[in-house]
Design a protein around this ligand. Structure first.
Ligand code: SAH
Length: 596
């Protein structure tokens, strides 16, 4: 929950805007005195946006500060809504929150943490979004300084996890380096951390384990807990790496199991007996099958849950039993992640904060050379870039899926929206084989037609159709049939890939089809390189348009029979009952006011 604290009318207005923009995420503290409001937000929220001065905010909060990992993140915004200053907890949400505020308030984020300036992944939140915890935070500053200063730093155990890139001085083949980063669920660290090797290793606990538990009715939390501790200890793994306790549906209300999980801060997941019965396990029991309908609870639940979280799993501790409980432990191999990221039409401020975050989270970026160049400065040092030229779409999609299937964090990038005439479809088609084994998310981008729309006026005010004139993947007969259907349906039409050197007659043919169905004065708008340095936007008419002015960097919008040119702008009325109602299609240039 984000607590928003404001004491002025301007601040309250902005607080309300945030509450409206981020429903369910925001709690407003605007009725109390400023100090009380801040303290109340501090007690109850994970993050605070304070519309008070930095000084005032710091004076109130200073006595309450405990530790950056547990304190709420704090961002201060000035009365003029110019700056969002990440004041406390930069790497624990404040930097990100300061950036997110830009989208709602138009503020500029002010970020002062060192690793953000250099764009290096901050170690205190390394892997936090996939459930990593830091085992020995007292080493964060020491190892962080080594990473930033370019010293050799050893990296172990991270291969399998979809983590952001670390700079090139952090390497897997420098085992002798004085400092290191070690990702492990092994308990050996706990006893060896006084030795010098481990004394310089920053240790992360990945969420790699699932504890399966079965029990008789009425088992005590102590008994379950003791058994779990015993089994984890026996397997030499760390409780901090347990991501869930798994059992059978029948035990979803078993007090002792639930309390043992709660005491350890673990999520409980349950499965139907039929599902568990289908899991192959080393120690099935016919007695258990007769009682609960599956020959295994602990082993089957651990394995099944671990497989559902990861791409595969193995049992690392077979079933152990106490008088009334059983427990087993499975370790999962994590899934890689494929983010399909739309970069928008070109300008940096039309790239969403979410897309930026997805790029920072990736260790591998796959895309067309020119798109990689568009965002190179955003990528973390050490990011592996797999770029290729036009026409190698299939190969890029396949590469991205393969990299994700190998467990990495991959961003597949495309201009505009990556799902519009772009890479998302081929990537997901390739992913079908591995799709269960990788996590996929799509980050939307502003597509060319929408970017163009803002420059031309309001051409998309009513129903519209996107048509690509590229016959690379679609035969011309199909394209022509769709153009005809759009013409007959009276849609505003957005042409993508309208023309290239080799494909020079299609746009003319398409425009002639549309002209058969709508007036000569129908507006046609075309935008070349929307939001890029050499952007041009032109509004003309069906009668006057010259396809020769259009190239492959252009998107072409043709109005419906209702579209008009109003003061040089291309406008498609919102509906049939609005201001253009009485204007006949034969009077295309009639101004809006005159038709009322
Ligand atoms: N995924 C992209 C479209 C890829 S198809 C998107 O969502 O925008 C490529 C076509 O998109 C180009 O031939 C052109 O018609 C259009 N296009 C892409 N970016 C553009 C821009 N900045 N300005 C104008 N047209 C653009």
């Amino acid at each position: 929950m984000i607590g928003v604290v404001a004491a002025t009318a301007g601040g309250r207005g902005a607080a309300a805007a945030l509450a409206a923009a981020w429903p369910g995420e925001v709690r407003e503290f605007t009725d109390l005195k400023a100090g009380e409001a801040l303290r109340a937000a501090w007690e109850t929220c994970d993050a605070i946006v304070s519309f008070l001065a930095v000084g005032a905010t710091v004076r109130v909060l200073a006595p309450l500060l405990a530790h950056k990992t547990s304190d709420p993140a704090v961002v201060c915004v000035d009365e003029g809504m110019r700056f969002a200053v990440a004041v406390l907890g930069g790497h624990h949400g404040a930097n990100l929150l300061a950036r997110r505020l830009t989208g709602v308030l138009g503020t500029e984020p002010v970020v002062t943490t060192a690793s953000d300036r250099t764009n290096v992944a901050p170690l205190d939140s390394y892997g936090a979004d996939i459930g990593f915890t830091v085992h020995n935070p007292e080493l964060l500053a020491h190892v962080g300084a080594a990473v930033l200063s370019g010293e050799p730093v050893a990296l172990e155990g991270a291969d399998d996890w979809p983590l952001p890139a670390l700079p090139p001085n952090v390497r897997t083949d420098t085992g002798e380096a004085a400092t290191g980063i070690f990702v492990t669920d092994g308990a050996e660290i706990v006893c060896m951390c006084h030795e010098s090797w481990f004394g310089n290793r920053l240790v992360y606990r990945p969420p790699s384990l699932v504890v399966g538990v079965g029990s008789a009715r009425g088992v005590s939390a102590e008994e379950v807990g003791d058994l779990i501790d015993l089994v984890l200890g026996g397997a030499a793994v760390a409780p901090e790496s347990v991501r869930a306790l798994a059992t059978v549906d029948l035990k979803a209300d078993e007090e002792g199991i639930l309390r043992a999980a709660e005491e350890r801060g673990w999520e409980v997941v349950t499965f139907p007996a039929e599902v568990l019965a289908g899991v192959e396990v080393p120690n099935p029991s016919e007695v258990v099958r007769a009682e609960v309908g599956t020959p295994s609870v602990a082993e089957a639940a651990a394995l099944h849950a671990a497989r559902s979280f990861g791409r595969s799993a193995e049992l690392i501790a077979e079933k152990h039993r106490s008088a009334n409980a059983t427990a087993a432990v499975a370790r999962l191999r994590p899934r890689g992640r494929l983010s399909i990221v739309g970069l928008g039409p070109g300008a940096r401020d039309l790239l969403t904060p979410r897309a930026e975050e997805a790029l920072r989270r990736a260790s591998v970026v796959v895309g067309l050379d020119q798109y990689v160049d568009q965002v190179r400065d955003l990528l973390r040092p050490g990011t592996r870039i797999l770029s290729s030229g036009l026409g190698q779409e299939e190969e890029r999609a396949r590469t991205a899926v393969e990299e994700a299937a190998a467990g990495r964090a991959v961003a597949l990038i495309g201009s505009g929206d990556a799902g519009v005439y772009a890479m998302a479809s081929p990537a997901l088609e390739f992913a079908t084989g591995e799709i269960g084994a990788i996590d996929v998310d799509g980050v939307p981008g502003i597509t060319a037609a929408v970017a163009a729309s803002g420059l031309l006026g309001a051409p998309l005010g009513h129903d519209h159709a996107y048509i690509s004139l590229s016959d690379l993947h679609t035969p011309w007969e199909v394209i022509e049939r769709r153009v005809r259907a759009a013409a007959e349906g009276d849609f505003t039409v957005c042409f993508y890939n309208p023309r290239s050197r080799a494909r020079d007659w299609q746009l003319g043919a398409a425009l002639r089809i549309l002209a058969e169905h709508r007036p000569a004065g129908t507006p046609v708008g075309f935008v070349r390189n929307a939001s890029r340095p050499d952007e041009t936007a032109t509004v003309t008419t069906l009668a006057e348009v010259d396809p020769g002015e259009v190239d492959m960097y252009t998107v072409v919008l043709v109005g419906s029979s209702r579209s008009r040119t109003v003061a040089g702008r291309f406008v498609t009325p919102r509906g049939y009952r609005w201001s253009f109602e009485k204007s006949a299609p034969s009077e295309p240039d009639e101004p809006a006011g005159a038709s009322r």
